[in-house]
Design a protein around this ligand. Sequence first.
Ligand code: MIC
Ligand code: SF4
Length: 644
Amino acid sequence: MGLTIAQKIIKSHLKSGEMTVGSEISLKIDQTLTQDATGTMAYLEFETMGIDRVKTEKSVAYIDHNTLQSGFENADDHRYIQSVCKKHGIYFSRPGNGICHQVHLERFGKPGKTLIGSDSHTPTGGGIGMLAFGAGGLDVAVAMGGGAYFITMPKMYKVNLTGKLNPFVTAKDVSLEILRILSVKGGVGAIIEWGGEGVKTLSVPERATITNMGTELGATTSIFPSDEITREFLKKEGREEDYIPLASDEDAVYDKIIDINLSELEPLIACPHSPDNIVTVSSLKGTKVDQVCVGSCTNSSLFDMLKVAALLKDKTVCDSVSMSVSPGSKQVLTMLADCGALSDILASGARVLECACGPCIGMGFSPNSAGVSLRTFNRNFEGRSGTKDGKVYLVSPETAVAAALTGEITDPRLLGSMPEIKMPESFLINDSAVIEPANEIDAKDIEILRGPNIKKFPDSKKQENTLSAELVLKVGDNITTDHIMPAGAKILPYRSNIPYLSKFCFAVCDESFPERAKAAGDGIIVGGSNYGQGSSREHAALVPMYLGIRCVIAKSFARIHIANLINAGIMPLTFENPDDYDKISQGDKLSIDNVYAGMDSGEMTLVNNTTNEKIKLVCSFTERQKDILKAGGLLAYTKETGDN
Ligand code: MIC
Ligand code: SF4
């Protein structure tokens, strides 16, 4: 039987396990990346492991989420990360050099290699034929130390592309179309391979837009073949030697095949507050728009920016709209400046922001109260923009410009004819903002610089054989990590300070949660389906752990979050019968006996001591996961066993 692209890379990196769907496998990891909002924690964890040098082929630390250093907290964290990098063999990408996924694609990604990153959009690397996964910081720390990365062997889906995109219809619309078809849960447990004749019409940055947003499907990752288009991209980046061809076998078998005819697509838009809330742009015609933001790791390539500049040229942004443009990297910004396109953007009245995540993670540019914001980003979760009642819509750069010029949601095809975009023969290469690590000898003398904002990693508790706790919070379906542990300008500077962060845990749902959880001692959270979707931030597990949460019971979980819960020593359990969700209420006193036997058999009985009701719960832990939970989390387990 032939293999898919992902199966081929898995096979060549398999460290343990069988490649049968649903079983645990572990992979050798070639490259890692971190960003600042998850990086400090990941490096604190790495340091705890006591390893001198990273064992990967390449590890890069990016500062892109919180770059403005508005206070010592951030500045200290950046300095800490920089010193860890210098000492331990990691490349350091300075603030302003760009968004991790964009820069990694340009400068470091290699087809056929494995990459894990402490950011859920790491699958962007699939655009260049990498097998790239988003992971919790602790998993990244372990991989930097040479340890394997554990996942459940995924199913294989294929999206078969035919045809060619029409003008004003873009890779972003392809992402929105697949979200319309599959929903935010539709990719769970699967790797999505993009293939078919239509693939040949898509450039690497367009492919990367699509693999980037595969995260919103809940997919394990997404991947494109590595072909002549990939070679061309690498050549322009001056690294043709990194090219290898990669394709699936003719007789590869897929669990699902989805057909999309690119020629039939039209501009789409995701409505608040979920990336799968898709309608056509034309159906919202006339909706007033207050703000337009172009950028983020989804749509900030040179190609995207050149299109935006060409459409804005000689035009003025509508008076009632505030528009921002954030190029994805220093390379993109410099090339925009050199060819004059930057001037066209500035002349239109748009604001150019730093090459960073910026508004996407709520770092500035929050919409006005109840404001409508059209963004080329990948997430429009409630409150993420920093404005609780802001209404964020996700669109392509073309649709963003159409709204900026007209002040209302407008089908971009009404803008006339699409100007021809000429991509340069080669990209400008200047890695001055990437600092190399010290050599092994010099590294010994490098001092790690810590600031007062960096607090100790919180102590975790072992899972005992009996669990007795209060249901401190009951929430509904599709709870995102932005609900559990919000980000944004006020909170992001404290990502290395769990006690401070804990004050904001679940603030979007219930501001009294932190106090109530602390008062309860041990606590349980109950959620609906797809609990923990969205970001890879392990803070969404570490902070509840700090607040005494011992177990989360849900109808289903998102992949990275379930791994983060286990790594934090919190037991994730699911209802055998989802209707039992209705049989427990916030404040109920719950208990589970024989936890260890239940971990083995995959079944546990939850006793609701308030109503005397019994509820069947199910779980499926590997031997390693059971040991991690019993030890009180991955860090405690690693220390106990010395096994990473
Ligand atoms: C996001 O887009 O939500 C983030 C911010 O990039 C996160 C990481 C984080 O919370 O630090 C992600 O996607 O993993
Ligand atoms: Fe940054 Fe937004 Fe991309 Fe997350 S989704 S990495 S915040 S640009």
